[in-house]
Design a protein around this ligand. Structure first.
Ligand SMILES: *Cc1c(COP(=O)(O)O)cnc(C)c1O
Ligand SMILES: [Zn+2]
Length: 417
């Protein structure tokens, strides 16, 4: 497997280690791939015609850049990736891109309904290869749903730590259905994250949060697949919601490595969007010196990004700076207004995902994204993850109760026909 090194002090990391003695996170430092440029693009394209699971997967298809040293028989895959990239002209107009273009990359179309599957298939494959027996994570819901699925697929037991009463219904349903042992921790996600980290060290659990460097390697495939979808013609911006900051770290690393491998000839810019009540990174990046100061009481309707002490802030800072990017925060009202538009476009997403479009609208209004820009907004999770917030949001346009008569139906159709 490719070597691990500390992002803070460059010290080498042992395989399976959770972090560096200095407190920094570890990252994978891959060797340059044997193939480059057109040869690599042709290999990826050829795999689309294959029936082998490792070729059909929208993560493992790019394995030269994801986990090149992992033997194919160690791969756990269930067709992750291959998510839709939807042109969204009405939404483009809504956010103010009147001469540009907007695409929605719907990562909610992954097997368990969120982008987490891209990192999880690689994280679980690597952890089991390195000898982990019991897998674990802390989660606001999507990581646990994903880990529970991949652990079950691989026949490994798993335990998940979730903040009690703060997990959206769809995510909890998946996690218990796939057979994880669910520990509902009294406290926030941040409490659960600290505990699972300690428990992993104390009891030798394989930790599958995004501080696991192999999660990041898998999530890089979002960048590769977006570029592939666009015929390797990079957009001007990629915008995504940000909580624990693993995904923006992976996006930046994936884009940079795609350029190093000659897959693209210029880099898009990236923007991370936080919820205003859980925005320690947006605050920090206004003057990024010293350490990030956590938000002690994170609060937002977008439970997937309700995180006060994001663990990957150093990696995220490096990527935002390397890609000339931006970080901002939007209110819950802005986020829900964007969700309503995404839903009515026929695409739909869970609340946190809408932060990308809400943030883009703000970036265009402030002139930071040009009106003729080509932009990809990443939708991180599926509409059905949080049915309760969605029904509440669309309540006034929702269902009408009618008597079982044709006259009643006729009255209810007023204005439609
Ligand atoms: C995990 C998640 C996020 C946040 O991603 P980070 O890597 O924690 O920044 C955003 N949206 C959804 C739906 C998620 O599940
Ligand atoms: Zn270190």
């Amino acid at each position: 497997m490719a070597p691990l090194a500390c992002v803070r002090c460059d010290a080498p990391g042992a395989p399976g280690a959770l972090g560096c003695a200095c407190g920094g996170l570890l990252e994978v430092r891959p060797a340059a791939p044997a193939l480059e440029g057109e040869a690599l693009r042709a290999l990826f394209a050829a795999r689309r015609a294959s029936r082998a699971p490792e070729d059909r997967s929208g993560v493992w298809r790019y394995r030269e850049l994801v986990a090149p040293d992992l033997p194919v028989e160690a791969i756990v895959a269930r067709g992750e990736g291959n998510t839709g990239l939807y042109p969204a002209p009405r939404l483009a107009a809504w956010v103010g891109l009147d001469r540009g273009a907007l695409w929605l990359k719907h990562e909610g179309e992954n097997p368990t309904g969120s982008f987490k599957d891209r990192g999880m298939c690689v994280g679980v494959s690597a952890a089991l290869r390195e000898g982990a027996r019991v897998l674990a994570c802390a989660s606001t819901g999507n990581t646990s749903a994903s880990l529970a699925s991949y652990a079950a697929l691989a026949g490994a037991p798993c335990v998940v730590f979730v903040p009690e009463g703060k997990v959206a219904l769809g995510k909890l349903a998946q996690t218990v259905a796939y057979g994880a042992r669910v520990l509902a921790v009294r406290g926030s996600f941040d409490t659960a994250m600290t505990l699972v980290d300690e428990a992993a060290r104390a009891y030798g659990l394989g930790l599958l949060n995004s501080i696991n460097p192999w999660r990041i390697e898998g999530q890089k495939a979002i960048a590769l697949e977006v570029l592939d979808d666009l015929g390797w013609s990079p957009p001007d911006w990629v915008v995504l919601p940000s909580g624990n900051l693993g995904n923006i770290s992976a996006l930046g690393k994936g884009l940079r490595e795609a350029r190093q491998a000659g897959l693209i000839d210029r880099l898009p810019r990236i923007a991370g969007v936080q919820a205003a009540g859980a925005a320690p990174f947006a605050r920090y990046m206004r003057d990024p010196r010293g350490d990030l100061v956590p938000e002690p009481r994170p609060e937002t309707v977008a439970t997937a990004i309700r995180i006060g002490a994001p663990r990957s802030w150093e990696k995220a800072r490096r990527e935002v700076q390397a890609l000339d990017g931006g970080v901002l925060a939007v209110s819950d009202a802005e986020l829900l207004a964007a969700k309503a538009e995404i839903d009515r476009a026929g695409v739909g997403c869970e609340p946190a995902s809408a932060a990308s479009v809400a943030g883009l609208k703000r970036l265009v209004a402030e002139g930071r994204v040009a009106r003729d820009a080509r932009v990809v907004a990443i939708l991180t999770g599926h509409l059905l993850k949080d049915p309760e917030t969605t029904v509440e949001l669309h309540r006034e346009r929702g269902q009408v109760v009618v008597d079982g008569t044709l006259e009643a139906i006729g009255a209810a159709l007023a204005g439609l026909i």
